[in-house]
Design a protein around this ligand. Structure first.
Ligand code: NAY
Length: 290
């Protein structure tokens, strides 16, 4: 069975401080209500790239503490163009008990591939945890080729990729060339084509509120009922389109509030939800969840 991971959100209070209780509630909701297979902690959806090192550590602590006793998989995203920080976080989460880490491709300075390979080899060098590359070219500007992946995968601690990319040609080539590597799809609106190319699962922000439908889609796909899977993807894409048009992170949090989860606010410089955004989120809740 292919696995479904929610990209964990971080709750903030109105002043932008981490709201520990709210963040715990989102972990619980994913375990108890969504019955999720795993959580991706410290990713884009967690607003991680706006956090300081101590705050990142706190989020990793909260997630693993709240998830203890459950048997969900936890993946900690430790990547940062500050390689010292990435290595420190890799060690930190390994000591906390995370079995898998992930690291975004280093961004901003147009690093060449040798620098990118060095970055990944350094992150895993002093830890026992295995690493999943986080490839998201639309946000980082970093595109890895098939041969780049082959070179990264020469390091046996690098076990796969979180593939947040709409390049399905490259995805097919990756699956064909690396049948044993873990490939987790990252665009929720493209789950079905990714399933068709035999990804091992998916990680997504919208699964925080739409896990049931995504799981039903995976089951339909695995049962060979492609018409049903397509219908479910279509329904999910109506929701995802509305979320994107209303501002995805703020709206996910507002819908979670409607569902009884104290998801808090987004952090600046992300804009605070305006009355229009709040009204839009309420409409989305009423349209899809009531
Ligand atoms: C992350 O690190 O949190 C993710 O990449 C999760 C994947 C999401 N990507 C981003 C950039 O948020 O779920 C997707 C995405 O929100 C969704 O497909 C809507 O485009």
């Amino acid at each position: 069975m292919k696995k479904l991971y929610a990209a964990l959100m971080t709750a903030f209070d109105e002043s932008g401080n981490i709201d520990e209780q709210g963040t715990r509630e989102m972990v619980r909701y994913n375990i108890d209500v969504n019955q999720i297979d795993g959580l991706y902690v410290g990713g884009s959806t967690g607003e991680n790239f706006m956090l300081g090192t101590a705050e990142k550590k706190r989020v990793f602590e909260i997630a693993i503490d709240e998830a203890k006793g459950s048997n969900i998989d936890l993946i900690a995203q430790v990547g940062s163009p500050n390689l010292h920080e990435a290595k420190e976080l890799a060690k930190y989460v390994t000591d906390l008990g995370y079995e898998t880490i992930s690291a975004v491709t280093p961004f901003y300075y147009n690093f060449n591939f040798e620098e990118i390979k060095h970055y990944y080899d350094e992150i895993v060098k002093d830890v026992d945890t295995k690493l999943v590359v986080y490839s998201i070219p639309a946000l980082t500007g970093v595109s890895l080729s098939l041969d780049n992946f082959a070179k990264l995968f020469e390091n046996e601690k690098i076990i796969g990729v979180k593939y947040t990319n709409a390049d399905f040609y490259l995805l097919e080539r990756l699956r064909d060339r690396f049948p044993d590597k873990l490939i987790l799809s990252g665009f929720d609106e493209m789950l079905l084509p990714a399933l068709a190319l035999d990804v091992d699962g998916a990680i997504g922000s919208t699964f925080n509120i739409n896990a049931q439908k995504a799981k039903a889609e995976i089951s339909a796909f695995e049962a060979g009922d492609i018409d049903k899977a397509r219908k479910l993807q279509h329904e999910s894409n109506d929701l995802i389109t509305d979320l994107l048009n209303n501002g995805i992170y703020a709206t996910l949090k507002l819908v979670l509030q409607e569902l009884g989860v104290n998801a808090g606010y987004t952090r600046e410089p992300m804009a605070k939800a305006t009355p229009e955004v709040k009204a839009g989120a309420k409409k989305i809740y009423e349209k899809y969840f009531k």
